[in-house]
Write a new protein. Structure first.
Length: 253
């Protein structure tokens, strides 16, 4: 336990109250991205470096780390939100994205010309997920990171956008002419097209086509999130440090 600056009196009162006793109620709050640096950023932005957030006013605070495990039980120190949250809440280590990594049949290595209709998902961060509003079994995944010949391990290799028509049982790499840059978000447009945010802007695949075209007048900047307006006519692209851009869905080709 650590004391918060300016709260030493409250800390001592709390310690006296719980010493030798049993807690009546325990409230576990698990926030995503709760490291010291992630907390310092909103604190500095909202109340200044010398200010205090509501969480800073708790009489007692603590911090600890956890990790995920591989399917064979060995430690996986690069965890994700779901696995780490489960570990904190239950004390049991879990496997990252167990269903997604075990689907498919091929690894799709860069030197495997036969990789095709049924492939294993890449062993990289899954950054975006989109569902066809007309068919819930028709889904897309955006995969972050870079494709490299020296990427090793199950599911490694090339590919940034994957499509499934059976609810995720099997996947197909539809990256085609995409550059080798991370993809960050995906949105299915009302006409059945697919817009994908990348680290170099937004690309679009029109219905019935297999290749991608860059769209809009965005600079060559990472686009971290795509959202459709409620009426489906406007696509919003949130960039990393360059603001939010709008793209008319009817202008996508």
């Amino acid at each position: 336990m650590t004391s918060v600056a300016g709260a030493s009196d409250t800390k001592q009162q709390a310690e006296r109250a719980i010493k030798g006793g049993k807690a009546k109620n325990v409230i576990l709050l698990i926030g995503d991205g709760m490291g010291d640096s992630e907390i310092a950023l909103p604190r500095d932005y909202t109340v200044g470096a010398n200010g205090r957030l509501n969480m800073d006013k708790f009489p007692l605070t603590g911090a600890y780390t956890t990790y995920a495990v591989h399917a064979d039980g060995t430690p996986d120190y690069v965890t994700d939100s779901a696995a780490s949250g489960t570990g904190w809440a239950t004390g049991v280590k879990t496997v990252k994205w167990p269903h997604l990594q075990d689907t498919g049949h091929r690894q799709g290595r860069p030197d495997d010309p036969g990789a095709g209709a049924e492939e294993r998902l890449r062993d990289r961060y899954l950054s975006g997920f989109a569902v066809d509003p007309k068919n819930a079994d028709h889904v897309y995944l955006a995969v972050n990171g870079f494709s490299r010949h020296w990427t090793e391990g199950p599911g490694a290799g090339v590919g940034h956008v994957f499509e499934s028509t059976d609810g995720g049982t099997t996947w197909k790499d539809i990256s085609k002419n995409l550059p080798d840059v991370p993809t960050d978000s995906a949105v299915v447009t009302p006409n059945g097209g697919l817009a994908v945010a990348t680290d170099l802007g937004v690309v679009y695949r029109a219905p019935g086509r297999t290749t991608w075209k860059r769209v809009g007048n965005l600079p060559a900047v990472a686009v971290l999130q795509l959202k459709l307006s409620p009426d489906g006519r406007t696509l919003y692209a949130a960039t990393h440090g360059r603001g939010i851009y709008t793209i008319g869905v009817r202008d996508l080709r």
